[in-house]
Design a protein around this ligand. Structure first.
Ligand SMILES: CC(C)(COP(=O)(O)OP(=O)(O)OC[C@H]1O[C@@H](n2cnc3c(N)ncnc32)[C@H](O)[C@@H]1OP(=O)(O)O)[C@@H](O)C(=O)NCCC(=O)NCCS
Length: 186
């Protein structure tokens, strides 16, 4: 994938940029919240060092082109409200995965849709991706709704794909092709 210069994407309400060291408290607040990680395969974070490691690894991935990770901030105040990633790039197939998480007090305001929309546009136009995939827990209805609003199509169901905290979890698998994106009604 092309190596990125520090990326800034904007929407009406939001500014998306590379994570920076000064974001540690805000990022920790998101990933230490059990409500945010409820459907993930990791435990909620318990130390600020986890935020430091996350920021360093995501910045390194952005710098070497192995991923695209941006934080979502409110355009007016600069408050950090969420994170978005494109990762697991398969260059020859022009394919990757997508991930996202927002602080729970910012849910239900359309920020995920708005920021993912501009990231997908960047992925298809600037990174020349052909296909983007998402793997979500069937219980994560808000995540499924945002994916479907963005044009992702449900492609499959994989029972017991994960074992989380000793319990099996199923996957609903979604895909978005560039051809769907190009013909999506705006
Ligand atoms: C998944 C997640 C990002 C979805 O967030 P969200 O706030 O529901 O999604 P959006 O920002 O697109 O908001 C959409 C909701 O806001 C409402 N809304 C309010 N104002 C809006 C506006 N101006 N524009 C669009 N939608 C608006 C919509 O009606 C919609 O509500 P609905 O889903 O009940 O119909 C969020 O639940 C989250 O961070 N979860 C934890 C992490 C996670 O599970 N990530 C995914 C792992 S696969």
């Amino acid at each position: 994938m092309p190596v990125l210069t520090p990326t800034l994407l904007n929407t009406e309400r939001l500014a998306l940029r590379w994570p920076e060291e000064r974001d540690r408290d805000a990022i920790f607040a998101i990933y230490s919240d059990p409500a945010v990680v409820r459907y993930w395969s990791n435990e909620a974070w318990s130390t600020l060092a986890q935020a430091d490691e996350w920021i360093a690894s995501r910045r390194a991935g952005n710098a070497d082109g192995s991923g695209v990770c941006l934080v979502v901030t409110l355009a007016g105040s600069g408050e950090l409200i969420g994170t978005l990633s494109l990762y697991h790039f398969f260059e020859q197939s022009r394919r990757c995965d997508i991930g996202y998480a927002f602080g729970s007090r910012h849910w239900g305001k359309g920020y995920a849709y708005e920021s993912l929309h501009v990231l997908l546009e960047y992925g298809f136009r600037h990174l020349d991706l052909n296909r983007i995939e998402a793997d979500i827990d069937p219980g994560n209805a808000p995540s499924g709704r945002v994916l479907e609003r963005l044009g992702f199509r449900k492609e499959g169901y994989m029972p017991e794909r994960w074992i989380v905290h000793g319990e099996t979890a199923d996957t609903v698998f979604y895909g978005l092709l560039k051809s769907y994106w190009d013909t999506k009604p705006s």
